[in-house]
Ligand binder design. Sequence first.
Ligand SMILES: Nc1nc2c(ncn2[C@@H]2O[C@@H]3COP(=O)(O)O[C@H]4[C@@H](O)[C@H](n5cnc6c(=O)[nH]c(N)nc65)O[C@@H]4COP(=O)(O)O[C@H]3[C@H]2O)c(=O)[nH]1
Length: 700
Amino acid sequence: MPANTVLVITGEAADANLIRASLAAARDGPFATEWTPDLSTGLSRLRTGGVDIVLVNLFLPDSSGAETFDALFSLVPSTPIMVLCDEENEPAAIETVQRGAQGYLSKGFFPNALIPQALRSIIQRKKVEEALYLEKERARVTLECIGDGVLSTDVSCKVTYLNMQAERMTGWAREEARGRPIAEVLKLIDGETREPARNPVELVIANGKNMALYARSVLVRRDGLEIPVEDSAAPIFDMAGAITGAVVTFRDVSETRAMADRMAHLAEHDYLTGLPNRLLFNDRLAQATAYAKRHQTKVAVLFLDLDNFKHINDSLGHTIGDRLLESVSKRLVAQVRQSDTVSRLGGDEFVIMILEESHTEHANIAAEKVLRALAEPHVISGHELHITTSIGISVYPSDGEDVETLIKNADTAMYHAKRNGRNDFQFFNNEMNVWAVERQATEADLRKAIDRNEFVLHYQPKIDLASGQVTGAEALVRWLHPRRGVVFPDSFIPVAEDSGLIVAIGRIVLRGACQQAKTWLDQGLGSFVVSVNVSALEFRDKNFIRSTREALQETALDPCFLQIELTESVLMRNVDSSIPILHELKQLGVQLAVDDFGTGYSSLSYLSRLPIDVLKIDQSFVQRISSKSDDCIIASAVISMGASLRQRVIAEGVETQEQLNFLNTHRCNEGQGFLFSAPVPAEEFGRLIRECVVTPARPQ
Ligand SMILES: Nc1nc2c(ncn2[C@@H]2O[C@@H]3COP(=O)(O)O[C@H]4[C@@H](O)[C@H](n5cnc6c(=O)[nH]c(N)nc65)O[C@@H]4COP(=O)(O)O[C@H]3[C@H]2O)c(=O)[nH]1
């Protein structure tokens, strides 16, 4: 054990010797005793360090009384100082004890055998005190610096300590809070029920175990502000293992809880419209059907698909498309009751769950209201957008007992509503399922057909009614199905349009028709135009112009021999965006024809704005021509409309001589129909031309 160094500062050498002798006799270890006769040499010695205890006589040659002590204490505050005194100086010595001295030693005790022991214990106690002080200081600084609130109580749950963060969060100053019940200072409520929550400190003291706070705890600050908090409490035990109190630490989790709430909301809602997403909708529908089962009620599912959304999105951009979806979702929510759920499944598909009693009158009413509300123009960024929707409705339990079936069947019914002319609603029936299965099979077969190129083109001649010359040929696609044989376009074009496969099929047709026209030209069969039908989806496809150009280039066909037929409804659906596409096509050098003319709602002013070469009167008008029919008036009106627009007019579906006579009388330019020839394969068409089998038609 290293010797403890004792510095004796006294002007009396005899006293110093007595003490030295006393310490030399120490049995529990050595002392190194040093002596200085006055304060200044004492202070110098202390500055060099290594002194464990100072024994000082307050009355020195260069200093006297309390001043002596103060000078030493201020230099070495953590070194114990004992004052040496005689009876007469005892009051001054006692006073230094109040100023920080460890004690005093009267002259009569200098030789006492207990002195070494006493000094040793003072030295050790001072060291322990110093270590404890540092420990406590470290803990205090840590507690004041950390971002969590820390609060401790005694065993009766009275507050004993709050760190600075706890002061801020509770609104209680440490001094004010001390001694108050914890429930008053740390006031917690259940964030969900808003009932007071039992304070964790009370539970910890009762159970003697650590515990976490209730997950949705909210701290009510002294001024009433509510802060969501999270954390834990732990008991404090004394050395004997008895609980003396508890510490609770808590942290402001407003941001993390808000973030968690946001994440939970996002997981169940559509980011764009804020409506419940598919996940939440499915869950609500499952609950609603379970309720309906118990109470023998019904649930209707309305499946909505916006009719022209894709086109608006493609032509005006996604920002406007998004705003339109927001506008649609607001209108949908406004049309149904609060107990119903409107959800966006994605894209332009929405579903609505309607709770019914025993009938489906709410679904009926809601569908009608939705159709009306959505058809009102949506004004977005200066554009007046018109959109309609098709709605399919399935009803629990008759159309399905589970969520998946109900949505699938409502979707199928929506499909039928769309096919029936859009802007309408349709209840599901079981026959639709058979149809849906067939449709699926057709779609799957069509995909294979594209890969295997199972398509052929038939050509139907167009005849100049005055000269009887063939002026052109309409290319009409046929599908050579490996099992079903020849499939006509009406059976597969709608499926191809709905599935988007029409774009690929259209390319095959376009290229095939250009190739055939070029072959006929090269064979010297005469100069006539070959026309192809182009669906809405192809026409609006951003690559349409490019693939038309490529087909012409690859086949080396002069563009003036190609005609693109577009139905009136395709053109009129969005005239503003149709016009630039039509102009681009015209720039390529191709001809443009309006198919099924008369069935849409084109006005003359619109038509005059379109760069159209040919109007094709829909066959329904032609076929109703008879001597007494009023339809004759329409047919003649359409012919004169074409003439006034300086466009060639072709009558489609000419079947009888009577119709032909009528058309000739009204100076219709061209005709097409079974009277001249049905659509035929390319070789046969070539033969027809070569052998002049097509009957020239002269007015009779
Ligand atoms: N009752 C009657 N019908 C006649 C007469 N003359 C011709 N037809 C038929 O009327 C349809 C005329 O074609 P469309 O109106 O463009 O109507 C076409 C067209 O909209 C569509 N289509 C045909 N080929 C294609 C194609 O390659 N692409 C696209 N997108 N659609 C096509 O399928 C529809 C039906 O085509 P098809 O079955 O070939 O039916 C053809 C043709 O065979 C007649 O005198 N009387």
